[in-house]
Design a protein around this ligand. Structure first.
Ligand SMILES: Nc1ncnc2c1ncn2[C@@H]1O[C@H](COP(=O)(O)OP(=O)(O)OP(=O)(O)O)[C@@H](O)[C@H]1O
Length: 353
């Protein structure tokens, strides 16, 4: 099943013109600079913005040349930057708002389990006006999920929250798509949220989609707009094992086993690991007697000179799995590295996302 969309909208100073297809599973991040049209595109998907074009979700058609299904008839959940809850209702009243209007046959969500998962049980009888920003956002997410949507649209749900509230909600967002069993489109301009949550990335620029990538493909672009602090990063998805007596923690991914040290993990299970270009060195053969724990066979994919006189290498660990390495031009010359060169990636440090 897939999401198939094409929208055109002309405003006095802005034109949205997009066409894309996405798998109707997992989390797609809609990423781009302020004003590029992310919210407008999300609103178009919801039917809140009247564009020309089409929008199909699997077998269902919500918009075509002949048809426009109004927002209230689309089975979707929409969570805004700031949760707009009904002030006169309690938390429970807000949660049940959409639920009550849904025919019983269409109610798929387990209300009690969802309320428990979102940590809302102690707040159920509180008024919406008495909640913190993070609590309000959890109610908004719960309210959206209780309508048993077929598509969840989230517009920068963390942007108005402080660091503590973000930390509480991120683990919930990580499991949101699986929990709801529906695709999620997530607007953000925070690279760290993309790295942590996204399976796919739609990169937007000036009203258009410049790339429709898997997370790995988006991070394999040497000049990816996802790179912050001017350093490139790769994300490895895998599973954490149990910490060993010597303090090492195994992380298994498609490229093999990595060892982490000094981590205090939340527990064994699925995890993502962030590897910064500056923490990766390159050797032509495995290096014995070295403190670096991780040496993985790799192949040079591309070499891009940077403004600081260094070279940014993209290294393929497997077909799709890339990590960046930042080397001096001198080292690249000495090792005679070029696209296709086999090598070893020496990973000095990696952090759990
Ligand atoms: N209701 C509106 N009427 C006219 N122009 C609008 C309207 N809403 C947004 N715009 C303009 O359309 C363009 C795209 O806006 P949009 O809010 O979709 O961008 P965005 O990528 O979501 O930005 P941000 O990250 O800052 O939220 C901008 O130039 C904006 O000023």
């Amino acid at each position: 099943m897939s999401i198939d969309a094409a929208f055109t909208l002309q405003r006095p100073d802005f034109r949205l013109e997009v066409e894309f297809e996405l798998p109707a599973t997992g989390v797609t991040a809609l990423f781009g600079p302020s004003g590029c049209g992310k919210t407008t595109l999300l609103r178009a998907m919801a039917g809140l913005e009247r564009c020309s074009g089409h929008f199909r979700l699997g077998e269902q058609c919500w918009q075509s040349e002949q048809l426009f299904v109004p927002t209230h008839k689309r089975r979707l959940g929409y969570v805004f930057q700031e949760a707009s809850l009904f002030a006169h209702l309690s938390v429970l009243g807000n949660l049940e708002y959409g639920w009550r209007r849904l025919p019983a046959a269409l109610r798929r969500a387990d209300k009690a389990q969802l309320i428990d998962w979102l940590g809302l049980t102690p707040l159920l009888h509180q008024r919406a006006t008495e909640l913190s920003g993070g609590q309000r956002q959890r109610v908004a997410i719960g309210r959206a999920l209780l309508t048993s949507p077929q598509l969840l649209l989230l517009d920068e749900p963390l942007s108005a929250l402080d660091t503590g509230a973000k930390r509480d909600i991120l683990p919930l967002l990580e499991r949101l798509s699986a929990q709801a069993g529906v695709p999620v489109v997530y607007v953000t301009h925070a690279p760290e949220e993309v790295e942590r949550l996204a399976d796919r990335v739609l990169l937007m620029e000036r009203g258009r989609i410049s790339h429709n990538d898997s997370l790995q493909q988006a991070l394999a672009r040497p000049l990816s707009p996802l790179f912050r602090d001017e350093d490139a990063a790769g994300v490895l998805q895998g599973r954490l094992g149990e910490v060993l007596a010597d303090g090492r923690l195994p992380f298994d991914c498609a490229a093999g086993r990595l060892w982490l040290a000094g981590h205090d993990p939340a527990g064994a299970g699925g995890a993502r690991l962030r590897v910064l270009a500056r923490d990766v060195s390159v050797a032509l053969a495995p290096v014995p007697d070295i403190s670096v724990l991780n040496q993985l066979p790799a192949r040079v994919v591309s070499l891009t000179p940077t403004s600081t006189g260094q070279v940014l290498l993209m290294l393929a660990l497997t077909g799709e799995l890339h990590i960046p390495a930042r080397l001096s031009a001198y080292s690249v010359e000495q090792l005679k590295l070029m696209p296709g060169s086999p090598c070893y990636a020496l990973i000095k440090a990696a952090a759990l996302v």
